[in-house]
Design a protein around this ligand. Structure first.
Ligand SMILES: [Zn+2]
Length: 317
C-alpha cells in the first residue's frame, strides 16, 4: 500500500518539475509519514531482497531511510544502509535477520541517516562492517542536508568492482562519488542498491565541498551504461525504468547548468539570488540545500573556465 501511495505522490513531480528540490515539499508526501508508511515492518520485495523502513521522515529523507536485507535462502543475509542510530530500528533489523547469519553490514555512504546503526548492529552480531570508506571530517565542512557520521569505522573497504559473497551470490560495489565522495552503490544480480545517488522520490542533494557536481554527473553516466533492471534507493520507491530515469536525471542537471549560466551571464549574481531565480516558490527548509547544489554547479563551471567569482558574486568567465 505504501509503495503505491509513494509512487502516486511522486509520479507527477518526478519528471515534470523544473526545480530539482521543490516537488518533494510541494507534494507534501513526506509530511504524511506515519499515516501509511510501514515503519519497521520487513517487506519481501523479490527473492533475496527485503526492505525495512526506519522512522526518520524529513524533508531530506522522505518517509525515512530504507534498510535492505539481501540474500536468498535461510542461511545468510547482508544488510545495506542500517540507518540512523535508532535502537528501535536496530531491533527490527535483528528481528528481520532472524535465524540467518548476518555476514556483512554495508553502507552506501556515511550520512547520519545511513551508517550510524552499523556499529550498533555489529555489536549485536558477528557481522563485519564492509563497504564505503570513512570520510576525513575536517575536509567536508558543514552540511545543509544531513550531517556526517564521524564514528563510522569499516572492517573492510570495498573498491569499485569488488564483491562479497552472500549465500552464493555476489554483492558488488559500484563507486559513485558525487552526493558524497565515498558513495558506493551495490549490484546484486540485475538489481542495484543506489543509496542517495539515485533516489526514487527526489533528485539528489550535491553540496560542496564533499559533494561534487562533475563527479555526480559522471557517476550518473556510469549507471546509464550499466543496464540494471531495477534500482532500490535508500529513500523512495524502487525505480523500475532505470535507464530512462538516469537519462532524465542527467538531462535535468544539464538544464540546471544552462539556467545558472544564463542567470550569471545577464549580470553578476550571488548564490541566494541565483536560487531565488532558479527555484521559484522553494520551500524555505530547502533553501540551503538548493544553494549547495547551485554552488556545486558553479564550482564545476568555474573549473571549466565558464564562470568566475569575485566577492561572492558570480559572472560569466
Ligand atoms: Zn546522503
Amino acid at each position: 500500500m505504501w509503495s503505491v501511495a509513494a509512487r502516486s505522490s511522486t509520479g507527477r513531480g518526478r519528471f515534470s518539475s523544473a526545480a530539482e528540490l521543490v516537488f518533494a515539499s510541494r507534494s507534501g508526501a513526506w509530511q504524511s509519514a506515519g499515516v501509511d508508511a510501514p515503519y519497521e515492518i520487513s517487506e519481501q520485495l523479490e527473492p533475496g531482497i527485503a526492505r525495512l523502513l526506519a522512522h526518520n521522515p524529513s524533508a531530506f529523507t522522505y518517509y525515512g531511510t530504507q534498510t535492505y536485507l539481501v540474500g536468498e535462502g535461510e542461511a545468510e543475509v547482508a544488510v545495506i544502509d542500517p540507518g540512523p542510530a535508532d535502537p528501535v530500528h536496530v531491533d527490527a533489523i535483528v528481528e528481520a535477520v532472524g535465524g540467518r547469519r548476518l555476514v556483512a553490514i554495508l553502507c552506501t555512504h556515511t550520512h547520519r541517516d545511513h551508517s550510524p546503526a552499523a556499529a550498533m548492529l555489529a555489536e549485536r552480531s558477528a557481522a563485519q562492517i564492509v563497504g564505503c570508506a570513512p570520510l576525513a571530517l575536517e575536509t567536508v565542512g558543514p552540511r545543509a542536508d544531513a550531517s556526517f557520521d564521524g564514528d563510522y569505522m569499516p572492517n573492510r573497504i570495498l573498491g569499485d568492482g569488488e564483491s562479497i559473497d552472500i549465500a552464493g551470490a555476489a554483492l558488488t560495489a559500484v563507486a559513485t562519488p558525487g552526493h558524497t565522495s565515498n558513495h558506493l552503490c551495490y549490484a546484486y544480480g540485475d538489481a542495484l542498491f543506489t543509496g542517495d545517488h539515485v533516489m526514487g522520490w527526489s533528485t539528489t542533494v550535491v553540496v560542496p565541498p564533499d559533494g561534487d557536481m562533475a563527479a555526480y554527473i559522471a557517476s550518473l553516466d556510469k549507471l546509464r551504461q550499466r543496464g540494471d533492471r531495477i534500482y532500490f534507493p535508500a529513500h523512495g520507491p524502487p525505480v523500475t525504468n532505470p535507464s530512462q530515469y538516469v537519462r532524465h536525471l542527467i538531462g535535468h542537471r544539464m538544464q540546471r547548468e544552462r539556467q545558472i549560466l544564463r542567470l550569471v551571464s545577464e549580470k553578476p549574481r550571488d548564490i541566494p539570488e541565483i536560487v531565488a531565480n532558479a527555484y521559484p516558490g522553494l520551500d524555505p527548509r530547502l533553501t540551503a540545500a538548493a544553494g549547495g547544489s547551485v554552488h556545486a554547479h558553479l564550482l564545476d563551471l568555474q573549473r571549466r573556465g565558464l564562470v568566475a567569482e569575485e566577492g561572492g558574486e558570480w559572472r560569466s568567465g
